[in-house]
Design a protein around this ligand. Sequence first.
Ligand SMILES: *[C@@H]1O[C@H](CO)[C@@H](O)[C@H](O)[C@H]1NC(C)=O
Ligand SMILES: *[C@@H]1O[C@H](CO)[C@@H](O)[C@H](O)[C@H]1NC(C)=O
Ligand SMILES: *[C@@H]1O[C@H](CO)[C@@H](O)[C@H](O)[C@H]1NC(C)=O
Ligand SMILES: *[C@@H]1O[C@H](CO)[C@@H](O)[C@H](O)[C@H]1NC(C)=O
Ligand SMILES: *[C@@H]1O[C@H](CO)[C@@H](O)[C@H](O)[C@H]1NC(C)=O
Length: 512
Amino acid sequence: MHLKSVERVLLLLLTQASTGSCQKHIVQVPATGPSETLRPVDLSFTGFAFEQASFYNYSFLSGKPNVFSQNLIDSVLSRTGGTPILRVGGTSGDHGRYDASQDNATNYPATIYKPRTSISEDRLSIGPSFFEAFNNWPGAKFEFMVPFRDTDFSRSVQWAKAGLNQIGVHNLYTLEIGNEPNFYPWFSVDEYVERYRQLQARLIAAIPSLGDKRIFQAFDTAANFADDLTSKDAFEAGLNKNATTIKQAAYHYYQGHGISLEGLQDWIRHTTTMHNLTKFTPNIDYLNTNHPAIGFAFTETGYNVAGGGEEAIKPNNLATALWAVDFQLAAMAVGVRRVTWQQILRSSLNMWIPVRSTFSEPKVTANFYSQPFVADFIGKSGETRVMQLDVGSPNQGLYVAYAAYDAGKLSRIALLNLEIWHSGEGDNRARPQISFSLQGLPERISQATIHHLTAEKGALAQDNLTYSGFEWTYESRGKQSKVKSDSKVLAVNGGNVDVVVKGTQAVLVELA
Ligand SMILES: *[C@@H]1O[C@H](CO)[C@@H](O)[C@H](O)[C@H]1NC(C)=O
Ligand SMILES: *[C@@H]1O[C@H](CO)[C@@H](O)[C@H](O)[C@H]1NC(C)=O
Ligand SMILES: *[C@@H]1O[C@H](CO)[C@@H](O)[C@H](O)[C@H]1NC(C)=O
Ligand SMILES: *[C@@H]1O[C@H](CO)[C@@H](O)[C@H](O)[C@H]1NC(C)=O
Ligand SMILES: *[C@@H]1O[C@H](CO)[C@@H](O)[C@H](O)[C@H]1NC(C)=O
């Protein structure tokens, strides 16, 4: 750590000597956006996912609807006007059981236990009251998982019937069959397809209202194993026969396993993200060409998955929040339909902790701050297309820019400076900054309003983040409150404007 920061200071002095104190990166902004073959970004792009047992505590606080969770989700989705899409499922549920005689919602409350993810452990068991947790989300739709791993499909059918009785088929976004099947002991692509179709037929026979809809979700392939169960392989192995039943092809994405502070810079680097993300794009291309009605989604997503996300070093800080922004903007630019962001109560990857427990006080974590930024970038038009912009000079993947076009009209730009800087703790530099010189803006644009996603303490800040001067806290029960006025209006002259972005900071530019 110490040596690294010395090296960084030297590097900075060298770059300052050659280019002055604020490097300028010229960004030519195309007047027209991506071609119409790229689908507009879904207003529901920013979804949330809940590990099975955790969902109950995200939904209820001591038996009453958890208003804190409700307000946070509303703070994000009200920015686009999209329907909240909530995924409920995961490994513990897939190994789990439904027990109609169990009074408690779960036998392993998420406030006390980590998710039951190992088959050597006792299984998670849910009772009928678990499904009441689906009733506290007005206007939301669900990606509802039914277990698939076990070969005894009657248990899956029981789970689905009890759940859908409470949820209502009309509130489903998708019915998800299983979780990370590439880890199943019986897995092969052919076996997957065969059993998927068998269980689907059993579910439709038991719940006939599933039969006349495109409502099923397939795959939920584990992160880092993009090639184990590709869309092409599975459809060609026989899912093609039932393609009209499938609404969403789902994949999981965690940036990696186990994160250290020393590795944080490479972890969030844009080139790392693109290297990982492009492993999934053949699926998107395949679906666009062969099954355009089926959306590609990342249904379980986070920056880190080691130990269920509960490990000694718990970044969940401004740096990982910026990664979450970059990942989502990059994903929408390549045609990902939605991202549902994983919440596990006892973990470091969540966006908020919904209730008090021995693990933590309820709180909003740093990662949450990515979501209002991403939602504002999407906007409300429903006709937004996003492209990544060329930032011009060699940057080792630290500087990134995206443009959002509403029905072909340039409307917003997002600028990220992913260089890690934090106050103290071995980094004694003044906060670095660069200038993005935006050029070629259309004549009609005369001003640029800029909003910051930042924290005074920099990359490692876990509290006191702000986006557009807003803060979200448990004290305000997840409603935004203005704590700072750091937004600014800049004049655009001759189609050009320079925007300064500090190290570990993102800026949303609204053009008018
Ligand atoms: C958390 O969920 C469990 C059921 O899994 C429930 O018994 C408990 O009351 C919940 N905790 C709070 C604080 O609501
Ligand atoms: C069910 O909940 C009650 C009340 O919270 C608790 O005393 C009991 O231990 C729980 N049972 C199980 C099996 O978790
Ligand atoms: C992303 O890249 C890192 C570094 O190469 C790797 O460790 C990680 O497994 C990758 N994640 C995914 C989802 O492919
Ligand atoms: C799935 O495909 C098989 C074979 O073509 C067909 O018999 C069955 O009706 C299909 N199921 C649905 C729900 O479309
Ligand atoms: C920073 O966050 C802490 C913990 O959430 C809070 O107590 C404190 O008031 C905040 N400081 C400022 C300046 O907002």
